[in-house]
Design a protein around this ligand. Structure first.
Ligand SMILES: [Zn+2]
Length: 286
């Protein structure tokens, strides 16, 4: 009887060189995995943009446009702005921005909700500009920075990023009475207001007291002068404050950032953002 060939089932031992190759491959795979495109986010932003671009056809008070597109390796990521002009004119103008940090989806959803609510107003008393998502690549990949690793919120002085240059071109020559940038904070346990001027501390404090039902931040990281939900960017080592879009580009009389915790459910984040925004507007304009 002829002997059957039995394959050798002993696993081959890896050489040091092969082990190094495998480790390098795993490291590469891990890093690629960290920048995976998030399909749910891509379809969500596409849905929002489609709806916003359709608004002016039904409501002439609005203009919606792609103000520029970020290009990475031939792939294009548009940045969308919506402008609202009340037919009777307005005494004040407001700019709201979202998505400067791509992993903070709550800001983008807040801007979308603000535009929808604005469309329901019979005659809005304020002139409004909205930039939906300043970092569209970061939004799609769920990353804070842009693809080149630039934190856009520190780039509105040097303009190294395509995104900051597109936003700057749109804002050139525009002046606002109030600018609010909508953010999230993954380290915080409650909402907070970031002011660019020490003089705004008492009004931020009053709004925080009135909005305490949401839960005010009592601890966070990486922010200076943090106290009872308020940060003053102009103090401490806040040299970066001049690089923030709101203050540096728009010559705004008032410039704020609202931050809600990423850990909150999305409805609560939007509700809190809208409420604090309304209170800021009421303080200055009503
Ligand atoms: Zn942020």
């Amino acid at each position: 009887m002829a002997m059957r060939f039995e394959p050798d089932r002993t696993p081959p031992r890896m050489s040091t060189r092969e082990r190094c190759f495998l480790l390098a491959f795993l490291a590469f795979a891990f890093s690629v995995g960290c920048v995976m495109l998030n399909g749910a986010r891509v379809s969500r932003i596409g849905e929002i943009e489609g709806k916003l671009l359709g608004i002016p056809a039904e409501d002439p008070r609005f203009k919606a446009s792609v103000i520029g597109a970020v290009d990475y390796d031939g792939k294009s990521y548009p940045i969308l702005a919506v402008e609202y002009r009340p037919p009777g004119g307005a005494s004040y103008s407001v700019l709201n921005t979202g998505g400067v940090h791509g992993d903070e989806a709550g800001g983008v959803e807040t801007i979308y909700q603000m535009i929808r609510e604005c469309a329901l107003e019979k005659s809005g008393a304020l002139e409004r500009d909205f930039i939906l998502c300043m970092n569209p690549w970061g939004y799609g990949y769920d990353k804070r920075d842009n693809r080149d690793g630039i934190d856009l919120n520190r780039d509105f002085k040097d303009f190294r990023s395509q995104e900051a240059r597109i936003v700057a071109a749109f804002l050139k020559g525009r002046k606002y009475d109030l600018v609010v940038d909508h953010h999230e904070n993954s380290h915080s346990n409650g909402f907070s207001i970031i002011c660019h001027e020490e003089g705004d501390r008492s009004l931020a404090s009053a709004i925080i007291r009135e909005s305490s039902q949401y839960g005010v931040a009592t601890k966070t990281q990486r922010i200076d002068n943090y106290e009872q939900g308020i940060t003053i960017l102009g103090l401490g080592n806040g040299k970066a404050f001049s690089q923030y879009a709101g203050l540096h580009l728009c010559e705004a009389n008032r410039s704020f950032i609202i931050e809600t915790p990423t850990a909150w459910d999305i409805e609560k984040r939007i509700r809190c953002q809208l409420d604090v925004e309304r209170k800021l507007e009421k303080t200055f304009f009503l």
